[in-house]
Design a protein around this ligand. Sequence first.
Ligand code: PLP
Length: 396
Amino acid sequence: MLAQRTNLFGSSGTAAARAAAKAAVDGGKEIIDFTAGEIWSDLAPAIRDGAIDAINSGINRYTDTIGITELREALARKISHDTSQIWKAEEVAVTSGAKQALFNAAMVLLNPGDEVIIPAPYWTTFPAQVLIAGGTPVFVDTRANGYVPRVIDIQAAVTDRTRAIVINTPNNPTGAVYDVPTLRGIADLAIDRNLWIIFDECYGDFVHGHHTHHPIASIIPEVRSRTLIVNGFSKSLALTGWRIGYLAGLQEVINAVKAFQSHTTSNPNVIAQHAVLAHLRRGDGSYESRLRSRLASARQIGLNVLSSLTRVPVPKAAGGFYFYLDLSRLLQSASGNDGPTTADDIVDSLLSKAGVAAVSGTTFGDPTGLRISYGIPPEKLRIGLSRIVEVLNAWE
Ligand code: PLP
């Protein structure tokens, strides 16, 4: 009945985990939900005012397919600031969330059979979109190296059919932040083997401890012409529902994206565009600082609770707002005793025994991982994590 391409993807695993949590709530259970890839927060004042002003001005029409010029100019200024290079509005497309930016990139860059290297564990949408675009995802396991890919492993995965590498730093789900030598190695490889770099920096505003986020084009300027920057405001402004993201790269690519987007969604929501523009013009950075310090304190609360784990290492949580637990040791010992064999079993137990919802690493190509989002209210965070520690420590 359906097209063959529907066999290439299922519903996003994180969405499925959210749905399982909701079903438990609907069934009358009190659940602490750690599945969401979003931050619990109020709205940035300039976003609210910008949207209301746009509505009061009667704004209601289509805009340019890839966004109003003023917003693209403001984004070009932001990217210029982030990368210490000059970017023009013609090199930026506004999209309905970063997800659309990634999809556009896949659709305008990939030919059937092209291979795309994706470090694993990975955010599930990366391989799904590559497959939809006719490409083949090729995974590089990062687990043995603290979830940062080793350049030699990426090098070993490159073939004559490799077309692109996806770099997501800070990483969802692992929270890894890629260091400069790694980025430099990947950039050299991309230049040497003539590859595109899809650089997803949606979590770039959230780095912790001594870690720093480095836009790849700022470190190796020669790589800029083969890099597509993907970013958005879902995470940095806690604005998931407003659907504003962007893609920046060679004008030729952006022109192709504009043509493609003109046949899919047309422009992103006009009110949301004006709201983000107002924020970029009027925001003084205090909202972002508050968000960052709220997350820093949630991270610290979480790490304190997780330090009581006995058979699972305390996660590094270098970036983003995820604790990614490595359950491999626990699974090894527990499975011999009729305990859980994969992270899926652990997720099921957490939900049924402890009323806590988290996302199994299986979703991210890693049956030994567990993703816990700490962008939730602090009182729930402490209780929920304590329950997780209790369940995980109970397995022999
Ligand atoms: N990229 C990564 C790594 C993400 O984790 C997400 C959302 O979870 C996105 C892109 C998409 O974000 P949005 O489409 O909401 O801007």
